[in-house]
Design a protein. Structure first.
Length: 152
């Protein structure tokens, strides 16, 4: 039996098949040296056009570099949540719902959303902002929390 070969992502340390060009966990290009600043911060590797990121049994493909689009092939059993204003299009087989958040008055006064949309089902759905920017993929493992600025 041949030994199983894997490429380890330098960014998230995910295990990837040898034929992969980008990490299946975070989308970073494989075999790319990460830059570290004097203060110890690493620059996030830029996602290349048409990079694929897998989560659960679903796949997200990132299209475009100036105004990126996240095109997701959602499978049964997986779900995603998002701000309603970033929805670009969806297949009729994708079901949409809402997840209410606590602290409605505080969120309203600070300009943050107080209703988050949830998509589930089997099919394709796409997201994009109406502005230039970049898409950053952060793999989150169980019991991990990520704090981000509002509207990011």
């Amino acid at each position: 039996m041949e030994p199983l070969q894997r490429i380890v992502c330098e960014w998230c340390h995910g295990q990837n098949p040898p034929e992969a060009r980008s990490c299946i966990s975070c989308g970073a290009q494989l075999n790319v040296k990460n830059l570290v600043s004097d203060s110890g911060w690493r620059e996030v590797p830029r996602l290349r056009d048409m990079a694929e990121v897998k989560f659960g049994n679903s796949v997200c493909q990132v299209d475009g570099e100036i105004v990126p689009v996240a095109d997701i092939a959602l499978t049964h059993g997986d779900a995603i949540f998002f701000e309603h204003r970033v929805l670009l299009w969806k297949d009729p087989s994708i079901h949409l719902g809402v997840m209410s958040l606590s602290g409605g008055i505080k969120r309203l006064l600070s300009g943050m959303p107080f209703v988050i949309s949830v998509a589930s089902g089997e099919g394709r759905i796409a997201f994009s902002r109406d502005a230039t920017g970049e898409l950053v993929v952060m793999p989150l493992y169980p019991d991990i929390e990520l704090d981000v600025r509002e509207h990011q």
